[in-house]
Ligand binder design. Structure first.
Ligand SMILES: [Zn+2]
Ligand SMILES: [Zn+2]
Length: 176
């Protein structure tokens, strides 16, 4: 057999744990424990989502940020989080018309069988959808409790090292 050169192998984790007490046995890959911090920095109608995962090994630290528009779900989370949340990973995938059943909903809100069989445009007269499109969010089971969550205004950023590092690198030191 020939080797697939596209595969990159990763062995930078601590070990493998086996759990016997469920119906199925579990194989668990153990990584270094990371301390996860999340910051929401509000700048008018937008906010910066900033997440940092620190461990005792700085080379495995990971930092993420994204500038997003404030949404209803964001405001709901802000009001309701009470200082902790589960952090989980999800896989977002777009599905085409051939990959879903007839009752699948298009992003326009109408079912697949309300769309033209050939052009895939929505058949509702009031609808401007010209092509069936839908997405699926698969949330992975692995989760981690995050208790270090802060909502900040831009004035507070200088007092928070994670927020400061992010905005300094990605906003204040940018010249365009
Ligand atoms: Zn549609
Ligand atoms: Zn429609």
């Amino acid at each position: 057999m020939s080797e697939n050169p596209l595969i990159s192998w990763y062995d930078d984790f601590l070990g493998v744990a086996y759990r016997y007490f469920d119906i199925r046995m579990n194989v668990v890959l153990m990584f270094n424990d990371h301390t996860i911090k999340i910051r929401f920095i509000e700048t008018g109608d937008d906010y910066w989502f900033v997440m940092g995962a620190d461990s005792r090994r700085p080379d495995t630290n990971k930092y993420f940020y994204k500038i997003l528009e404030k949404s209803e779900n964001y405001e709901r989370f802000k009001k309701g989080h009470q200082g902790s949340a589960y952090m989980r990973f999800g896989i977002y995938s777009k599905k085409t018309v051939d990959q879903v059943k007839n009752d699948a909903k298009c992003d326009c809100g109408h079912r697949k069988d309300d769309h033209d069989k050939d052009s895939h445009a929505c058949l509702y007269e009031v609808c401007e959808c010209t092509n069936f499109d839908t997405f699926q969010l698969n949330i992975l089971k692995k989760k981690k409790v995050v208790t270090n969550i802060k909502f900040l205004s831009e004035d507070d950023v200088k007092d928070d090292s994670l927020a400061w590092n992010c905005l300094n690198r990605n906003k204040y030191s940018k010249t365009d």
